[in-house]
Design a protein around this ligand. Structure first.
Ligand code: ADP
Ligand code: MG
Length: 434
């Protein structure tokens, strides 16, 4: 039986479409895509591209000098700062054919060769020049078994056209070999005032009235990430023609209401330690409770035994810190617990599982919920008893109760014990049940 890998065909078909008839479909694409502000206001020319002057200059100098055999360009930096947008704006302005793909779409090294191998050596069909953008190469580097980095290097070496790559962290050891074939360009955070300017422009285009101070607040809270700022603006002005500072509350509320399910999805699906760590910041639950949510769902998401083992290993270390926080009353240790139970779990997998997982309520919390009243009653009685015995509750449970349990089996001795410890009948029944 011949096995046909459809994804290769689809990816290759994308290139064919892109090189031949994409322009004709452009209008149709525009109608079909539900445009968010971030897509709608992608810069269509370099004039619209804000900030990042140094990056733009480096890019233009590189492309001017580029000839077959030259290095590729590796854009790096935090998300939402214009790495993808710069290449797109430049190609649109120059009417170059841009062949754009996301590295995480590739499933194997041979697929990279199948999809790009020919295209990097063929002249563009209709436009005068073409340029390649392989976005988010961190995605491919996470899968060492794939040989993806090696395949991209081969493509860079033989390409007749310039190739730009993007990633968040180029110093990831897995990208080491790729770095030798690239010139690096760092994208820094976008300055607050440039974000404000862009938000003002979008408001003007959309006919929305907004105070400058409000836009500045949106810009500041997103710390240099223009995409996130545009998304926030879109959230608060949905259905409105005027926005005020009061509307900012929506954002706070939205953050607080991030559901535990969204956080779990992020932790289990992402390869980024930082994203996993940040995922629980908006969840309206205590990290101690989130801990049990993660524990209960590891084996529902991960399938490979070695990944499950690695995840539980990280979780057991998180558990150590969880206990140290309470035993030493040292709240600083909570940060280690959170890192281990989020980033530790996220990085336990090699590759994201492309499936839907129905995350479940932790069984442990169900049991704890059911026994909450009994445990509270028990605690009250044992605290009182510990005081009478001049010891800690812990010592009582560990050293006294096992003997007391034996003693109370004998009716006469139970009575004597109750008298000497001043136990009420209710307290006695709790001790017996323990
Ligand atoms: N420097 C910029 N100038 C104009 N718009 C930008 C800039 N940076 C980001 N944006 C906006 O944010 C969106 C996401 O930017 P993008 O280039 O995809 O970020 P990334 O750095 O993650 O590749 C763009 O579609 C655009 O709307
Ligand atoms: Mg991008």
């Amino acid at each position: 039986m011949v096995k046909v890998d459809l994804s290769v065909d689809i990816a290759y078909a994308r290139i064919i479409v892109s090189e031949a008839i994409r322009d004709k479909f452009n209008l149709l694409f525009k109608i079909l895509i539900i445009m968010t502000f971030a897509i709608k206001y992608k810069p269509k020319s370099l004039k619209e591209f804000v900030n990042q002057k140094e990056c733009l200059e480096k890019f233009l100098a590189w492309i001017k000098k580029w000839k077959p055999g030259s290095k590729a360009l590796l854009f790096y930096g935090m998300p939402g700062v214009g790495k993808t947008a710069l290449v797109e704006a430049f190609s649109a302005e120059k009417n170059f054919d841009l062949i754009e793909m996301n590295a995480s779409d590739f499933r194997s090294a041979s697929q990279i060769e199948d999809v790009l191998g020919r295209s990097v050596m063929q002249a563009p069909l209709f436009k005068k020049f073409k340029i390649f953008l392989i976005d988010e190469v961190d995605g491919i580097a996470g899968r060492e078994d794939l040989g993806g980095v090696g395949a991209i290097i081969k493509i860079i070496k033989k390409s007749f056209f310039p190739i730009v790559l993007t990633c968040n962290n180029p110093y990831d050891p897995k990208l080491k070999s790729l770095r030798q074939y690239c010139d690096l360009v760092q994208f820094k955070k976008i300055h607050v005032w440039d974000i404000v300017k862009r938000l003002e422009y979008i408001c003007r285009q959309e006919g929305i009235k907004a105070e400058k101070d409000l836009l500045k607040q949106i810009a500041s809270r997103n710390e240099g990430d223009l995409r996130a700022a545009i998304n926030d603006l879109e959230t608060i002005c949905r259905g409105k023609k005027e926005i005020t500072e009061k509307d900012l509350e929506v954002l706070g509320q939205r953050e607080r209401e991030t559901s535990i399910f969204d956080a779990l999805k992020m932790i289990f699906k992402t390869n980024s330690a930082l994203a996993a760590k940040l995922s629980i910041s908006g969840v309206d639950k205590d990290p101690d409770e989130i801990f049990w949510w993660i524990e209960n769902n590891i084996s529902k998401e991960y399938e490979k035994p070695e990944e499950i083992a690695k995840a539980f290993d990280a979780l057991s270390k998180a558990d150590l810190f969880r206990q140290r926080v309470s035993s030493r009353q040292n709240w600083k240790l909570k940060a280690y617990m959170i890192d281990l139970m989020t980033a530790g779990i996220a990085t336990a997998k090699k590759e994201m599982y492309r499936k839907f997982t129905k995350y479940q309520y932790p069984e442990k919390l169900v049991i704890l919920g059911k026994t909450k009243e009994i445990r509270a009653e028990e605690k009250r009685v044992f605290d009182a008893l510990a005081k009478r015995l001049h010891c800690s509750t812990r010592k009582l449970r560990k050293e006294f109760l096992p003997f007391i349990k034996v003693i109370v089996k004998n009716k006469k001795m139970a009575q004597q014990l109750a008298n000497s410890l001043n136990l009420s009948s209710e307290e006695m029944s709790i001790v017996k049940k323990y």
